[in-house]
Design a protein. Structure first.
Length: 155
């Protein structure tokens, strides 16, 4: 439980990560719908177009781009971090459920990221730079939420 009323540097960092991830996820969703052009490398190994237009670029059994759940995930992560920041600014303790929920939210996304990295490397033999940035943002979110949860047990 986070009893002090200081959010620390992690919630603002998590908000920045969520903002960057949200922007990229929206961009990838727009490129999937051919609303904007996809700007990236089109080589043999680095090839965003091959990845973002593969059968794995949509939620299985649908035509919904996999970036749409990414939009939802980054919105959720940003909202959870914002909740921590607001609690600190109003000098109230964070709700007891906030840090474990944020960690679970990040862990779930990290599992999806591990699957998507597997798809890129093992199945498609192609890597998307935009996707890699999103994957790294999710990993960073996981590490920061884990750090916050561990920090709450030390008080």
């Amino acid at each position: 439980m986070a009893e002090d009323h200081q959010a620390g540097w992690e919630p603002p960092a998590l908000i920045a990560i969520a903002t960057a991830g949200l922007a990229i996820a929206i961009y990838l969703t727009a490129t999937h719908a051919d609303v904007v052009p996809l700007v990236c490398t089109a080589g043999s190994l680095l090839n965003c177009s091959s990845v973002t237009h593969s059968a794995y670029s949509v939620i299985p059994g649908t035509s919904i781009p996999i970036s749409v759940p990414g939009v939802v995930w980054f919105l959720g992560s940003g909202l959870l971090a914002w909740t921590a920041l607001l609690a600190a600014r109003s000098r109230r303790p964070e709700p007891n459920w906030l840090r474990p929920l944020h960690l679970a939210w990040a862990a779930g996304a990290l599992l999806v990221v591990l699957y998507l990295v597997y798809v890129e490397i093992v199945i498609l033999h192609r890597i998307c730079e935009w996707c890699t940035v999103v994957h790294l943002l999710v990993l960073a979110s996981f590490v920061l939420t884990l750090r916050r949860l561990q920090g709450s047990h030390g008080r």
